[in-house]
Ligand binder design. Structure first.
Ligand SMILES: N[C@@H](CCC(=O)N[C@@H](CS)C(=O)NCC(=O)O)C(=O)O
Length: 209
């Protein structure tokens, strides 16, 4: 069975929710993020970037990068129907949104929240953080547009893209403000949390909104 390396409230929320929703057997190893266990030599051997999440497959292979983990887990559990078959339009859209969110919104968020990781000059940290917030707002706008008149990012049913979106939204420091600027995001994420197994994972991660 696969092992998810997780830390409460971090990027492991979405893969954990996919595992729970799919009813998949799995193990979770909790990393103490507060104690910087993700920077330990032991964890760097698991993910040389020192980041969570990471997924150990049955044959011992380690998969890092949340987008890759989400796509792989969805493929492993076709009965959960969190991704369409390869070479379909909806599959292509799932690739688009998962990668869009992982490389843009996630990174924008990290730049906004942890500017010191993006500049060696403390006097520029506020500007780096502000540019992360601006970039994130543009990304939210693009996702909001895609959710006009639809609670789902891909087709008319739940996919891994919706679960990923809900995780990113849970991290937002001011959901009231976000909801005023981009009105379709919060209802879509609330719809994702209407699935009991997913809601429980968000609850357990103190990531409810
Ligand atoms: N590109 C990575 C980003 C993962 C990431 O930044 N995870 C955060 C937790 S939300 C982390 O572990 N940060 C610790 C660090 O970068 O030192 C992914 O999508 O998995």
């Amino acid at each position: 069975m696969p092992t998810l390396y997780a830390a409460k409230g971090t990027g492991s929320i979405a893969p954990q929710a996919v595992l729970a929703y799919s009813g998949a057997e799995h193990e979770i190893i909790w990393i103490d993020y507060g104690a910087k266990q993700h920077r330990s030599a032991e964890f760097l051997a698991i993910n040389p970037r020192g980041q969570i999440p990471a997924l150990k497959l049955d044959d011992g292979t380690m998969v890092t990068e949340s987008a890759a983990i989400m796509l792989h887990l969805a493929d492993c559990h076709p009965a959960a129907h969190l991704i369409e078959k390869p070479a379909t339009t909806q599959r292509a859209q799932t690739y688009r949104w998962i990668i869009f969110m992982a490389t843009n919104v996630y990174e924008d968020f990290l730049r906004m929240e942890y500017p010191a990781n993006y500049t060696g000059d403390t006097s520029t940290e506020a500007a780096v953080s502000a540019s992360g917030a601006d970039a994130m707002d543009r990304s939210w706008g693009i996702l909001n547009q895609a959710l006009t008149d639809n609670d789902y990012l891909v087709g008319n049913s739940l996919s891994i893209a919706d679960i990923y979106l809900a995780m990113l939204l849970a991290w937002h420091p001011d959901l009231n403000m976000l909801n005023k600027r981009h009105t379709y995001l919060l209802p879509a994420a609330q719809n994702t949390l209407s699935y009991a197994a997913i809601k429980k994972v968000f609850e357990d991660n103190d990531a409810l909104f």
